[in-house]
Design a protein around this ligand. Structure first.
Ligand SMILES: [Zn+2]
Ligand SMILES: [Zn+2]
Length: 746
């Protein structure tokens, strides 16, 4: 599997160049459906990445051939193809593949390698052509997806070798008719450098022996292994791209990289800026078809290079600035084999354009939420494609549901929406809410192991990893908590989310702590900002206070906790009867502080404490989920933790201390804002103390305080805070505070 041969087929007034894992199948299909009569192999079987690379290289040369046409002989054309394919292969670093190709051409003689079928006689061997409904089913499955053949087979429930073999034929017919596109998973660029078309990785993979293709020089993308291994001999397939644009002339690496930005700038001036961050675009492969004028049917090349999709207004090859000659005399629009130029299928049940979705929102919006939801609807209605918008909400302000009305509008217009987040727990939480709001038939949840890959629905809720299995499909992408691990540092996930969106699609970022890069683009006017500065209960966010001390000292007798730290712990637990998150920058410090606190329990000032009140946890802690559950249930008051508890955690009555808060590598401003955001979330206890403890005040600490304060000021100015909040807070603290003695939560 995975080995494709280049071939040339001719008949019915046209000549076709393409590649196939089973050229006899292609020929049979072309013969029966299009009346083709002759056929030649143009290469030995090659890993599909190399075969597509050669096809692109020949595409460029074929075009030159077309320009120079004067009725040369067919054998001359073959000779030129030979020279050019060997030269192109020479630019890559696959010595044994180079040898095999050279050997192929050495043995090549037009007479021996041609099928010459006249009058419709079948070539050797029985070939079963796919039926119409089989073709339709696979095309529908691939709409907007980017899938491997084995993934397609699994989704269709194909088990036997014969069924899988038949699927290969279906995919091939769909490619030949321009209904789907093939993408080599790894596209060679130059030497050993390849581009992974699923995750956007570009680099030199380790060459290795491959069981799939039997080659000694196969390669695997090292970056997206988690989504299943992708190798040089593996094709990906997609359907529903609104247009085709292959770099033209073909991607000799230099031209490729030179032209890509030109093409992008031409079609997508804002998008090109957006996409600079995520590198090059995916490259689709489709058959090259020449019309053969009657006079030249004896076998000479002819002026009529066209390809599926090239006839679309605005997308014709000749439209690329700087991308070659103007449209050739006699060049025609797409030949539409079986009448199928590339097209999108986007109709979905339940949505006529303009018809409002029937929203069953579970919550009443607060004033700041309603304002934000309204602003988002306006953003959605703007006739400005590519636009991006940041919904910047205070922690706990309820940002997710604010996007629901916009989602409803887009669905009602019959369009596709992706709600994506790096966090699986958010997918699990949001998907049912969206299903209750829009109906479960409209929503698919995708995460590792979710098993819904084959489901078709207009609204997809997915982890950012799952976005890699889509291709230019969504009209609206909502990225929730894009600042959460592992999205911010992941080029792969940025690439996947960018590629899942249609060129003219819009993006909404929902977050309490936007990345600096988005804020910079917002300042440059490229991203709209909508703020939700207040929580639903109408109390201000607890503002962190700084305490300049060295919270933990190491001495010869072991670690010593500062007296002020102990006093704060005691105050939180015994006086305010609150639970306490103690955030530390490292796993090591979690253990040290946890053990030191247990040792201090029972002695003044923690004379009322018992060692069992203190637990510590971190990402590598096997019991972390259990400890988390017990802490939520109020079983113990003090949890020492690394930043794993930074977000997605709601404890109703909690205070927060951050030890060594000045360690900016761990505690950057967004992290500190999230940590402070753990406090005061519930309406019954809308307050709480937040302390940052460190020998000095870092810029990130100042930034965090600044962000929280500015939300509070904005909420105050906008009248989003309860007018009586200072009085109510005082009342709550008076009632809840215990002067002395412990009536803990335990
Ligand atoms: Zn990859
Ligand atoms: Zn291989």
């Amino acid at each position: 599997m995975g080995l494709f041969s280049l071939y040339l087929a001719q008949g019915g007034g046209e000549r076709l160049f393409f590649l196939s894992p089973n050229p006899v199948f292609d020929f049979t299909y072309l013969q029966r459906s299009r009346g083709y009569g002759s056929f030649a192999y143009l290469s030995n079987p090659l890993p599909v990445g190399l075969a597509v690379y050669l096809l692109f290289a020949l595409q460029k040369n074929l075009r030159q051939e077309v320009r120079a046409v004067s009725g040369g002989q067919f054998s001359q054309l073959l000779e030129q193809l030979q020279n050019r394919s060997l030269r192109a292969m020479g630019l890559l670093a696959y010595p044994s593949q180079k040898d095999a190709l050279r050997q192929f051409w050495k043995n090549f003689s037009p007479g021996s390698f041609f099928f010459r079928e006249v009058g419709g006689a079948a070539p050797p061997g029985p070939v079963l052509l796919p039926k119409k409904d089989e073709l339709d089913e696979v095309e529908k499955l691939l709409a907007g997806r980017l899938l491997r053949e084995r993934e397609i087979a699994r989704l269709l429930g194909l088990g036997s070798a014969a069924q899988k073999n038949h699927l290969t034929g279906i995919l091939q017919v769909l490619c030949l008719t321009g209904r789907i596109f093939l993408l080599p998973a790894l596209l060679p660029l130059k030497g050993n450098v390849v581009f992974c078309q699923r995750c956007g990785w570009e680099g030199i993979p380790r060459l290795r022996v491959c069981r799939g293709c039997g080659s000694r020089e196969c390669a695997v993308c090292p970056e997206c292994l988690i989504m299943g291994e992708l190798s040089l001999c593996e094709p990906l397939y997609t359907a529903g791209r609104p247009q085709v644009f292959l770099p033209d002339p073909a991607p000799s690496h230099r031209l490729f990289s030179l032209l890509a930005p030109v093409i992008r700038a031409f079609f997508d001036p804002q998008g090109s800026r957006r996409r600079e961050a995520v590198g090059r675009e995916r490259v689709l492969c489709h058959p090259l078809i020449f019309q053969v004028p009657d006079a030249l049917r004896s076998g000479s090349p002819c002026p009529g290079l066209v390809s599926p999709g090239s006839g679309r207004p605005g997308y014709s090859r000749s439209g690329f600035p700087g991308a070659g000659s103007p449209r050739q005399e006699g060049e025609r629009d797409a030949p539409a084999l079986q009448g199928a130029a590339p097209h999108r299928k986007k109709e979905i049940p339940g949505g006529e354009a303009g018809q409002r979705a029937d929203l069953r929102l579970e919550v009443e919006f607060t004033a700041p939420q309603a304002a934000a939801a309204g602003a988002l609807l306006e953003f959605g209605a703007e006739a400005n494609p590519h636009r991006e918008c940041l919904v910047w909400a205070a922690c706990g302000a309820g940002k997710t549901e604010v996007s629901f009305p916009l989602i409803g509008e887009v669905l009602a217009a019959g369009k596709q929406v992706l709600f994506t987040t790096p966090r699986r727990d958010v997918v699990l939480e949001v998907a049912p809410r969206l299903a209750r709001t829009f109906g479960s038939r409209q929503v698919t949840a995708l995460y590792g192991g979710s098993g819904n890959q084959g489901r078709q629905s207009p609204l997809v809720v997915a982890t950012t990893h799952q976005a890699l299995r889509f291709d230019q499909h969504f009209d609206l992408v909502i990225l929730d908590e894009g600042d959460a691990f592992p999205y911010p540092g992941s080029r792969m996930l940025h690439f996947g989310v960018a590629q899942a969106r249609r060129q003219e699609g819009k993006v909404v970022y929902l977050t309490a702590t936007p990345e600096k890069e988005i804020l910079a683009r917002a300042r440059a006017g490229l991203v709209d900002i909508i703020k939700i500065p207040a929580r639903p209960h109408g109390f201000p966010l607890p503002e962190p206070r700084f305490l300049k001390i060295q919270p933990v000292r190491t001495t010869r007798r072991g670690p010593v906790l500062h007296g002020d730290l102990l006093a704060l712990i005691k105050q939180a637990v015994t006086r305010f009867r609150a639970q306490l998150f103690l955030f530390v920058p490292t796993v090591e410090l979690a253990r040290i502080v946890g053990e030191a606190l247990r040792a201090a329990a029972g002695e003044p000032p923690l004379e009322d404490f018992s060692p069992g009140w203190i637990e510590w946890s971190h990402a590598g802690d096997r019991d972390r989920l259990q400890k988390r559950e017990r802490f939520f249930a109020g079983k113990f008051p003090v949890l020492v933790t690394t930043t794993i508890m930074e977000r997605g955690v709601t404890v109703p009555r909690v205070h927060v201390l951050v030890i060594n808060a000045d360690q900016a590598a761990v505690f950057d401003a967004p992290t500190l804002v999230q940590i402070a955001g753990r406090c005061g979330r519930s309406a019954s206890y809308p307050t709480g103390e937040v302390w940052f403890l460190a020998p000095r005040v870092s810029r990130e600490m100042d930034d965090a305080l600044g962000q929280i304060r500015s939300f509070n000021n904005e909420a105050d100015r906008a009248g989003y805070l309860r007018p009586d909040y200072p009085f109510v807070l005082q009342e709550i603290l008076r009632k809840e505070t215990v002067k002395d003695g412990l009536q803990g939560c335990c």
